[in-house]
Design a protein around this ligand. Structure first.
Ligand code: ATP
Ligand code: MG
Length: 228
């Protein structure tokens, strides 16, 4: 089997509606696209256009009302809760605008969470955590808790954590939305470098033209529909 040619994401005719009758909200209408390994795709569009809705479907956090969605060859709309949990543990990871770190844990411990969930042996876990903290430039901040880190540093911890379990698909919802322009730029450059070096596929919702310029492709959504 040739894994390199298999799309990581294959979305066909995805639909997601909220409510019914005259107040029906069409958050996504007939959305189709592929994402391949090593590809970074930006999802752009004004507020309310459907970016988060789309990422939530890709991440298995929500189900479409129509269409098909294959992630690494699996139809994820057909998975039960257990299957979705496994997918989120092993294949897909998420980076949020608000970082989502656990306040009581150090940077190292936060990065190690996915490895703990997989029961990776301690020595192996510590080695991988150290490597990832090095990769995101935080080797000297391993023992600090989130409140003792800057926003950009916290987001870099979140990126390291997202990579800990070697996912195939990295989803990021406005990962630089809470950062100043300069810090945001370093986080974007880091994401780009990681997609290249790890061969992971990434889908990044963003309002930022710089982030879009770093992407291989920009999908623009308006009223739940992809342009072009
Ligand atoms: N749980 C929900 N119930 C009803 N409507 C919803 C729900 N979640 C989202 N919507 C609607 O779906 C549309 C798309 O929302 P979504 O959050 O995907 O937009 P977005 O592009 O991520 O916006 P932003 O840039 O502000 O984050 C919006 O009109 C929103 O009001
Ligand atoms: Mg959103």
């Amino acid at each position: 089997m040739n894994h390199t040619d298999e799309p990581i994401v294959a979305a066909r005719g995805l639909r997601r509606t909220y409510g019914s009758g005259p107040t029906t909200m069409h958050a996504l209408r007939e959305v189709s696209f592929d994402v391949r390994p090593g590809e970074m795709v930006a999802v752009a569009g004004r507020s309310g256009s459907g970016k988060t809705t789309l990422l939530n479907l890709l991440g298995g956090l929500d189900k479409p009302d129509g269409g098909t969605l294959r992630v690494v060859g699996t139809d994820i709309t057909a998975l039960d809760d257990q299957g979705l949990s496994r997918l989120r543990r092993e294949t897909i990871s998420y980076v949020f605008q608000t970082f989502g770190l656990i306040p009581a844990l150090t940077a190292s411990e936060n990065v190690g969470i996915p490895l703990r969930m997989r029961r990776t042996p301690v020595a192996q876990r510590e080695q991988r955590v150290a490597l990832l903290l090095e990769l995101v430039g935080l080797r000297d901040h391993a023992r600090q808790r989130p409140a003792e880190l800057s926003g950009g540093q916290q987001q870099r911890v979140a990126i390291a954590r997202a990579l800990a379990g070697s996912p195939r698909l990295l989803l990021a919802d406005e990962p630089t939305g809470q950062l100043d322009a300069e810090t945001g730029l370093s986080v974007m450059a880091l994401l780009r470098a990681i997609v290249d070096s790890e061969g992971v596929a990434a889908v990044v919702a963003t309002h930022d033209p710089v982030m879009m310029s770093l992407a291989d492709r920009v999908l623009t959504i308006a009223d739940g529909r992809l342009d072009g």
